[in-house]
Design a protein around this ligand. Structure first.
Ligand code: TRP
Length: 353
């Protein structure tokens, strides 16, 4: 098929090591869907970006390899999607520098990530010399370079990254306005923004919150984690006849909501509906709810764990496709950087030609 007619999709993921259900239902399953629709998909591990939050040295390379093994086990296919590491495309850094020249500091200071951190420092009265890094302030410029360098049409991200994509669109438009039509202006697309609550009932499942259900959890830990979910709260009356999880779950005490959300994602519909009617009747059923759910979770995990452990899914395999895919994306990226250099007036790189 002619690639020029296909849409280019790009998304980045920070290297976090072990993957949890929040990652899967928030992002990974959408990446796999897009891949199966036959689009040109670029998915990269944002290891440069990860450096904006290090407090001590972390082994991002190791975490990247682990994470990619899980991605592959879930069905992301390095032969169908171009999966690479951000730092294997170092010309991204050159584009970041070029874009930085036309990006106002005031514009970056309005970025929510930066603003939130800044406000926190102000609150804690800890602003002495502004300890926030140049890299953190420039986070959206690096992200714009990621997106623009492959001429992405669409950038599927969750709500928390939407503003960053909008900033990338803004930067591209500003560049084109100043230097002539050079960069492809992408569209932000929301993916179905399912934010999974944590097992502790917190609004978000997250690694740093230690409230995750992981894709590689074995049946024993699954059961233990699910049994540990607080269910001492009484059911709240559901003032609706709807069975739609999006309507029902916000009306439940949060920790029960987690169980029902997972059940709606993993169990056959009749099982979910059966437990919902038990809830409505106020029966005592949490024990069976938990063991039933644990069974579906373990069934979901089993093939992933199996593929994760396949002998072929090893470091050599990951490294070899990272290398191949970095080779695939490099020519596209270099061409973008070269056209930007040309447009800005410094001309082509002599040594690259
Ligand atoms: N900032 C994104 C996150 O934290 C990751 C990311 C980096 C990204 N570059 C990107 C996402 C480009 C989409 C497009 O999740």
């Amino acid at each position: 098929m002619d690639n020029s007619k296909k849409e280019v999709i790009l998304s980045g993921i920070r290297p976090t090591g072990r993957l949890h259900y929040g990652n899967y239902f928030g992002a990974l399953r959408h990446f796999i869907n897009l891949q199966e629709q036959g689009q040109v998909c670029y998915y990269f591990i944002a290891d440069y970006h990860a450096l904006t939050t290090i407090s001590e040295r972390e082994d991002f390379y190791r975490q990247t390899l682990e994470m990619l093994r899980t991605y592959v086990a879930c069905g992301l296919d390095p032969n169908k999607s171009v999966i690479y590491r951000q730092s294997d495309l170092p010309c991204t850094a050159e584009l970041t520098l070029l874009l930085g020249m036309i990006t106002n500091i005031g514009f970056l200071e309005r970025g929510t990530t930066y603003k939130d951190k800044m406000n926190k420092l102000v609150e804690d009265n800890d602003l002495e010399g502004n300890p926030l890094s140049y890299g953190l302030l420039g986070y959206p410029v690096l992200m714009a370079a990621d997106i623009l360098i492959v001429r992405a049409d669409k950038v599927p991200v969750g709500d928390d990254q939407r503003q960053h994509v909008e900033m990338a669109i803004d930067i591209a438009q500003r560049f084109n306005y100043r230097f002539g039509e050079t960069l492809k202006v992408p569209a932000a697309v929301s993916r179905e923004a399912l934010r999974l609550p944590g097992l502790d009932g917190a609004a978000k499942m997250g690694k740093t919150e230690h409230n995750t259900l992981d894709l590689l959890d074995d049946p024993q830990s699954v059961l233990k984690k699910i049994k540990g979910v607080q269910t001492t709260t009484d059911p709240l009356p559901l003032d609706t006849d709807s069975n739609d999880p999006d309507v029902i779950i916000p009306r439940m005490p949060t920790s029960l909501g987690v169980l029902y959300r997972l059940l709606s994602l993993l169990a056959p519909e009749d099982v979910y509906l059966d437990f919902l009617s038990k809830y409505r009747r106020g029966e005592k059923f949490y024990g069976t709810l938990k063991t039933t759910l644990a069974k579906y979770v373990s069934e979901f995990n089993a093939p992933i764990i199996e593929r994760y452990n396949e002998p072929g899914n090893n470091d050599e395999f990951i490294i070899s496709f990272l290398r191949e895919n970095a080779k695939k994306v490099t020519p596209v990226a270099l061409e973008t950087v070269e056209t930007c250099r040309q447009a800005m007036g410094i001309g082509h790189s002599i040594y690259r030609a």
